[in-house]
Design a protein around this ligand. Structure first.
Ligand code: ADP
Length: 212
């Protein structure tokens, strides 16, 4: 069983919380001249590993406990909500040409397609768009709903799912990204994006460190 290892930033956070807790994530971020979003994975790891406790509306405080979790426990506790990215969505009637532009503009490899109520209807990958582009068709005349992978064949996840579950789905389905959704009465609202990059980042945040 390997003990959890912390990286420099996580140690810095521990030092701040030890000296100033209870302290909010926002305040920790200010002291480190970083954004709250940047710190989210580190705070999640420190909380899950038992170094910090978090109370809603109070903040983080040092638990003083010896970490009882090993790396496997910590990984199982890593949740989508702590590592997800902002989703990039397009409407169903957008042209393939515009979807390709959108992919470059937002620097993503997967677009999620939504209807007029912003509910998930499809997914577009790079190869979906490439496949269409190698025909001799006018890309400005083809709406993305013709070529997208559509519901109900979309693999998705929820904020509370573990990253391990997501990683399993990405590997088993041989896909690069999952939409993070919330279930509404009339469909699925897209609230985030989890890609192989997020998983790799989470993996790094566990490993780019030295033993405590
Ligand atoms: P690429 O095709 O660019 O390598 P992917 O491996 O992610 O990217 O996509 C492979 C196929 O799976 C594409 O046809 C794409 O529409 C589909 N796909 C991508 N993500 C999902 C998902 N979350 N659920 C269902 N199908 C998906």
């Amino acid at each position: 069983m390997s003990p959890i290892e912390l990286n420099k930033r996580q140690e810095e956070i521990l030092r701040i919380v030890k000296g100033n807790g209870p302290i909010t994530g926002e305040q920790i971020a200010e002291r480190l001249h970083l954004t709250r979003a940047t710190l989210r994975p580190d705070l999640a790891i420190l909380t899950m590993a038992g170094f910090l406790d978090a109370r809603p509306r109070v903040g983080y405080f040092y638990s003083g406990k010896k970490p009882g979790h090993d790396v496997t426990d910590t990984m199982n506790n890593m949740k989508v909500k702590d590592f997800q990215s902002i989703p990039v969505v397009v409407r169903e009637n957008v042209s393939v040409y515009d979807a390709i532009s959108q992919m470059f503009l937002d620097d993503v490899g997967t677009l999620f397609v939504v209807d007029k109520n912003s509910l998930l209807t499809g997914v577009l990958s790079r190869k979906d768009l490439l496949r269409t582009s190698i025909g001799s068709q006018d890309l400005t005349a083809i709406p993305v709903h013709i070529i997208m992978t559509r519901m109900p064949n979309i693999t998705y996840c929820f904020k509370a799912d573990s990253l391990i579950q997501v990683a399993n789905r990405l590997i088993n389905q041989q896909i690069d990204a999952l939409p993070v959704v919330e279930e509404l009465s009339n469909g699925l609202k897209v609230v985030g994006r989890i890609t192989k990059t997020n998983i790799t980042r989470a993996f790094l945040s566990l490993s780019e460190s030295h033993e405590l």
